[in-house]
Write a protein that binds this ligand. Structure first.
Ligand code: SAH
Length: 277
């Protein structure tokens, strides 16, 4: 089996188990593995960066699955048209509801009926901003369908008909949803058990406690006239933990007053009484 999922031409690619033990030993693989289905005009953009490093290794090992669904295959007529001009006029093209509907129906095949178990998401600058809590929630589902827009976007009716959740990568406009889809999948997949190997690393990093992460250092101890802070070389784990917590608090307070307020509130502090803000 190649590392890349087979190009999908309107059919879901199913990765076969390589040996029977894949399905019985150790972490869940293949059949039960978390799956991302991505409806896109550019299936060749996948797995892209998701095929590299830890997410790529986990994909190869069957700890999660990736199934691109080629939107073009559902197009109209001999030319497989997927778009048309915006109703009411204006620049650009809009993805047709009938075409997108056919692709979403195929992507919904064999998925659980409850949206909490399998969210269907349209990547959109109009959506709710993606965050770590959303990645946590999605990583606990059975899988996820992501619809990547292009041009001016997607006809509203098909989004309403499928009760699609709209999610944004941030307050800027991309050319298409594919880069956003990869970012969201990456953030989600790394929270799936066994994907990162070292679970502790996801528990301590930015956002897991409403705080940004403390600064990191590695060898050489002195570089370009700059030293690693002494405390990190002291071997005193209690002091190191205190220093890291203090640095995380300092950075969060300086850079992200919004996160700092949430952090204070979560610990029973009154965020409005914090005079340092
Ligand atoms: N006319 C639209 C933008 C279309 S951009 C508007 O102003 O809202 C084309 C496609 O890129 C979108 O359909 C969406 O899927 C994707 N996209 C663009 N910006 C994005 C963002 N910030 N987050 C997620 N997807 C985005």
């Amino acid at each position: 089996m190649s590392d890349r999922p087979a190009r999908s031409h309107g059919r879901l690619s199913i990765a076969p188990a390589r040996t029977p033990s894949d399905l019985t030993d150790g972490p869940p693989r293949l059949k039960d593995a978390w799956e991302a289905r991505v409806v896109t005009l550019f299936p060749e953009a996948f797995p892209g960066t998701l095929g590299l490093s830890l997410t790529g290794k986990a994909l190869q090992e069957g700890l999660w699955r990736l199934t691109p669904v080629d939107l073009r295959a559902f197009g109209e007529g001999r030319h497989r048209n997927v778009d048309d001009t915006p109703a009411g006029g204006g620049a650009g093209m809009v993805l047709r509801p009938d075409v997108v509907d056919r692709a979403l129906r195929l992507a919904a095949r064999d998925t659980p009926p409850d949206a909490a178990d399998w969210p269907v998401v349209y990547l959109s600058p109009r959506g709710r901003p993606f965050d770590q809590a959303t990645a946590q929630r999605w990583s606990r589902a059975k899988g996820l369908t992501l619809l990547c827009g292009r041009f001016e976007g997607v006809d509203q009716r098909v989004l309403d008909a499928h009760a699609v959740e709209e999610v944004s990568l941030g307050d800027f406009v991309l050319t298409g949803g594919e880069i956003a889809a990869q970012a969201l999948i990456d953030a989600t997949v790394r929270l799936i058990p066994h994907v990162l190997g070292n679970r502790a690393s996801t528990e301590e990093e930015s956002f897991s406690d409403h705080l940004l992460e403390h600064p990191q250092y590695t060898r050489p101890v002195r570089w370009s006239g700059r030293d690693i802070p002494d405390i990190l070389l002291s071997g005193h784990h209690g002091h190191i933990a205190e220093w890291r917590r203090a640095e995380a608090e300092r950075l969060t307070k300086e850079r992200r007053p919004d996160l700092w307020r949430a952090y204070r509130a979560a610990r029973g502090g009154d965020p409005d009484e914090d005079r340092e803000l």
